[in-house]
Design a protein around this ligand. Structure first.
Ligand code: SF4
Ligand code: SF4
Ligand code: SF4
Length: 347
């Protein structure tokens, strides 16, 4: 058991789907050989199949305290990033050429169903769902590893893989219900999001949160009443875990997306939200209904000129307020552990 838990809240009402977080993580942590397919941070359009395809139905986690069997995602289920005809469009001297995928499987790839979403015109709808390892309180990956290569840090609950101990058995991949562990074929070890622990150790927030232009990601300790995480999860209760039924007690929380009203056959707005509530319940559980009602009521208060503490918190006019105690600039740190940043990776 950890004495404290560091956590993240992502406000889905502000995510632009820009993938800056994905690129920030990639440039900082997954540029070594064998890591090309690793997206420790991914952002998918919902409703959609996600990355890897159909991960929500691949098993793992716990039910009634018992570990559940899980599927190990295949390379094809992750899909390969597509190549595009950039050369032809940019330098081919053909004014009519347009960008199109070349090679690969056009039915698969990271984020292949981007912006498709659900529903039918005029009620088509989608939102973006960023995902990282949840640094779970009961990590199924840790329990499944026969080598005891996976540990949860006592001081902040960050879940890490010791690559010197790992022998690449990949039971962790089967056990993680969020399918957030990747296998490095060249190194023969499993790898995953490290919650940027070298940055956290120096009071710097994670790269994915610091680089996010949407101010989507809050970082802090769950038990810090002065920090944003405690306020959003415990005080205002507007942030919910994803698929809590998987039984691992994830420590990434989401403020669910509000949506415009559904239109009836004549095109008039109804009382129903565009993103179906039952779909959001399938992701965030039944409490999502009261959270959305609460957010709507707070929005009405703000529209009436009253103060809404929770909306002020979510809007985050002061950028550094997002990061609780982790507000240091990377340049203010010792820098040794952040040498990647010195080489041009994101700050
Ligand atoms: Fe382990 Fe998966 Fe939980 Fe991360 S999300 S701690 S990999 S079970
Ligand atoms: Fe990557 Fe750090 Fe974000 Fe994890 S917390 S997804 S390691 S940038
Ligand atoms: Fe962009 Fe932030 Fe959404 Fe990532 S979480 S896709 S950086 S808006």
């Amino acid at each position: 058991m950890s004495t404290r838990q560091v956590a993240m809240v992502m406000d889905l009402n502000k995510c632009l789907g820009c993938q800056t977080c994905t690129v920030a993580c990639k440039r900082l942590w997954t540029r070594r050989e064998g890591m090309a397919h690793m997206w420790w941070n991914s952002v998918n359009t919902q409703p959609g199949t996600g990355t890897p395809h159909g991960w929500e139905h691949m098993g793992g986690g716990f039910k009634d305290g018992e570990a559940q069997p899980g599927h190990r995602p295949t390379v094809s289920e992750y899909g390969k990033a597509w190549d595009f005809n950039h050369q032809e469009v940019a330098f081919g001297g053909k004014p009519d050429a347009f960008l199109k995928p070349e090679g690969g499987d056009p039915g698969k790839g990271p984020n292949w169903d981007e912006d498709i979403g659900g529903g039918e015109y005029p009620n088509s709808n989608y939102f973006y769902l960023p995902r990282i390892c949840n640094h779970c309180t009961h990590p199924a990956c840790l329990k499944a590893c026969p080598r005891k290569s996976i540990s949860k840090r006592e001081e902040d609950g960050i879940v890490l893989i010791d690559e010197d101990r790992c022998r690449g058995y990949r039971f962790c991949q089967e056990a993680c219900p969020y399918k957030k562990i990747y296998y490095n074929e060249l190194a023969g070890v499993s790898e995953k999001c490290i919650f940027c622990f070298p940055r956290i150790d120096e009071g710097v927030t994670t790269a994915c949160s610091r680089q996010c232009p949407g101010r989507v990601r809050f970082v802090g300790y769950l038990d810090d009443p002065a920090g944003p995480i405690h306020k959003l999860v415990h005080q205002h209760k507007v942030a919910l875990p994803l698929h809590a039924e998987y039984g691992t007690q994830p420590n990434v929380y989401y403020v669910p997306p509000m949506s415009p009203p559904r239109l009836d056959a004549e095109g008039n707005p109804t009382d129903e939200p565009r993103v179906p509530t039952e779909y959001l319940v399938s992701l965030f559980g039944p409490r999502v209904v009261e959270v959305l009602e609460h957010l709507k009521a707070e929005r009405a208060r703000a529209a009436a000129g009253e103060t809404s503490e929770v909306l002020d918190l979510l809007i985050s006019r002061k950028w550094l307020d997002l990061f609780g105690p982790f507000t240091k600039h990377p340049r203010e740190t010792e820098g040794a552990k952040l040498s990647h940043a010195a080489k041009g990776a994101p700050l």
